[in-house]
Design a protein around this ligand. Structure first.
Ligand SMILES: [Zn+2]
Ligand SMILES: [Zn+2]
Length: 178
């Protein structure tokens, strides 16, 4: 079972839409119906950077008894995330083939770029980044196919360029694991 947890107030409408998208992308109904929410660990906040340390949140997720019963967990964070050597990350998985991953919604909103909000585009971006991180949990590494959802995106332009689906090579690798 794959769980989706909100690190803020749970958003039922967004949960339903995202879950529906991911079930389509993964051709799987393995996503839990429970809408979970957890507080962000304060220790993960870096005051100087005004960002949250992604590995710190992931560690907390691995230790959290609420998430014990799930095989894989996707966390949705509204705050900006960073990891040691990067200014920011759209998301991160604890490891390839690991258990927990995170996506930050912060830079997926058009308003972050001072543009009018677009709910459809936001959901598309969120489901792409969520599928990418869950892909890592299912054993996938970055894909060289720039339109594959497993390509590494450094900018929102690259997020928008790639498709929301796995290329046939990545899809076959997931199938082998399942
Ligand atoms: Zn990645
Ligand atoms: Zn691929």
């Amino acid at each position: 079972m794959i769980a989706i947890v909100f690190f803020k107030k749970a958003d039922n409408e967004l949960f339903a839409k995202l879950k529906g998208r991911l079930e389509g992308v993964f051709q799987s109904e393995d996503f839990s119906d429970s809408v979970l929410s957890l507080p962000l660990p304060l220790a993960a906040f870096n005051k100087k950077r005004r960002q949250y340390n992604s590995p710190e949140i992931l560690r907390g997720m691995l230790d959290n008894s609420v998430l014990e019963d799930y095989n894989k967990v996707l966390g949705i964070v509204d705050e900006d995330l960073y990891t040691a050597n990067l200014n920011f990350v759209f998301g991160q998985a604890d490891s390839v083939g690991g258990k927990v991953c995170l996506v930050s919604a912060k830079r997926l909103y058009q308003s972050f770029y001072n543009l009018p909000e677009n709910a459809v585009l936001f959901l598309m971006r969120l489901s792409k980044e969520a599928a990418h991180e869950i892909g890592h949990l299912l054993g996938l590494v970055h894909c060289h196919n720039k339109s594959c959802v497993m390509t590494y995106s450094e900018s929102i332009r690259e997020v928008d360029f790639k498709r929301g689906q796995f290329c046939s090579v990545c899809r076959d690798k997931i199938k082998e694991k399942y």
